[in-house]
Design a binder for this molecule. Structure first.
Ligand code: NAD
Ligand code: UD1
Length: 331
């Protein structure tokens, strides 16, 4: 573990695209005390309220080369989080989502070459499609089942290629299903949707039979993976970011009903187009090369969401272990 990259970053100038969004804003919060942080966001799903006051916010579209150039001037690291994250929206609008999810990513890589900056790309478990094996390692076949998955696979591969061809330090992080505070809205993840439904005592809407499974990873763990990716020597590669555990959507619905003390009925709707059946991360590569290990179990993560307590990725900016041990069951 001694040779692994630390879980902190200091004294750098960094750009977080999509930094006003769910994952991006948690990352900004972890980076802001010790770095000069800029955010480029069009607020299509993100909110200015999520960004700490001392952070420079550039309101703009990541597809706009001028806005990107301005935001990226002089940066050391770009964390590229901006995207249209909804799988079902990509099924409805493949070309439009391609603009944000792929074309803009290429612009980011090009801009990084100009600035000689490292790029950490938010990739996705969606690149695997229906995984050929479970848990799925990074070496598994990639056959996405949605335009979103194809777009993420393409930017994930471009990142690797930019390291190979141009010696640009890049890392692609294949997030599994991320959840935590600030996830919201009609196109956000199933956990935030179920929480909203349970709290309103409205029906909890399970798509299909509910036996499909996902690997739910807490946003604080995703932030920790990003911090490691920011300094690791193991560049030019993709890493799974999950927990290794799988939970069915039916079980999730029942647990959320329980932790919120809700009387919502659980109802079943038609299965979703482009949905994958099972998903679970093999973390061997991320653990071996990045030293990444998840800390927050789904149970403790859901309880903290229900209680409104927060789980910080890094409490002490000097990198001493975080003190939220009561929430953690991993590592
Ligand atoms: P989010 O929608 O909360 O964040 C995306 C942010 O990007 C928002 O602030 C939005 O306003 C901004 N944005 C969107 N289009 C933009 C544009 N054209 N120009 C500038 N800003 C733009 O979603 P999130 O869940 O925080 O996702 C962050 C990243 O992680 C995305 O790249 C997503 O594909 C990836 N990811 C998320 C999950 C998950 O489970 N949430 C899983 C795998 C990968
Ligand atoms: C999610 C992310 C995607 C990411 C991928 C990585 C979002 C919106 N999507 O996709 O960006 O790349 O993980 O694994 O964060 N479901 C219901 N009822 C609902 C909503 C969803 O049963 O009301 C089901 C879906 O059919 C699916 C599962 O819950 O089987 C998860 O859905 P969702 O949270 O949208 O995530 P993914 O499609 O897995």
């Amino acid at each position: 573990m001694g040779s692994h990259a630390p879980e902190t970053l200091r004294d750098r100038t960094v750009l977080v695209t999509g930094g006003a969004g769910f994952i991006g804003s948690h990352l900004v919060e972890a980076l802001a005390p010790a770095n000069e942080v800029r955010v480029l966001d069009d607020f299509s799903t993100g909110s200015r309220d999520y960004v700490p006051e001392d952070v420079t916010v550039i309101e703009g579209d990541v597809r706009d080369p001028i806005a990107l150039q301005k935001a990226a001037r002089g940066v050391d690291v770009i964390f590229h989080q901006a995207a249209v994250v909804s799988v079902s929206r990509s099924v409805g609008e493949p070309r439009r989502t391609n603009g944000t999810n792929l074309d803009a990513g290429l612009l980011v890589l090009e801009q990084a070459r100009q600035e000689d900056a490292r790029v950490v790309v938010a990739s996705s478990a969606a690149v695997y499609g229906h995984p050929a094996e479970l848990p799925v390692p990074e070496t598994a076949a990639t056959e996405p089942t949605s335009p979103y998955g194809v777009q993420k696979l393409a930017i994930d591969q471009y990142a690797r290629l930019y390291e190979e061809l141009y010696d640009l330090p890049t890392v692609a992080l294949r997030y599994f299903n991320v959840y935590g505070p600030r996830q919201r809205g009609p196109y956000s993840g199933v956990i935030s949707t179920f929480f909203e439904q349970a709290r309103a005592d409205e029906p909890i809407t399970v798509a299909g039979d509910g036996e499909q499974t996902r690997d739910f990873v807490h946003v604080s763990d995703v932030v920790r993976a990003n911090l490691r990716a920011a300094t690791t020597d193991a560049v030019g590669a993709a890493y799974n970011v999950g927990t290794g555990d799988r939970t069915s959507i039916q079980d999730l619905a029942e647990t959320i009903r329980e932790v919120t003390d809700s009387s919502s009925p659980i109802v079943h709707r038609d299965p979703r187009a482009g949905d994958i059946r099972h998903s679970g991360a093999d973390l061997s590569r991320a653990t071996r090369r990045l030293g990444f290990e998840p800390r927050v179990s789904l149970e403790s993560g859901l309880r903290s969401l229900a209680d409104g307590t927060s789980i910080a990725p890094v409490v002490d900016p000097d990198g001493t272990p975080d003190s939220n041990t009561e929430h953690t069951t991993y590592g």
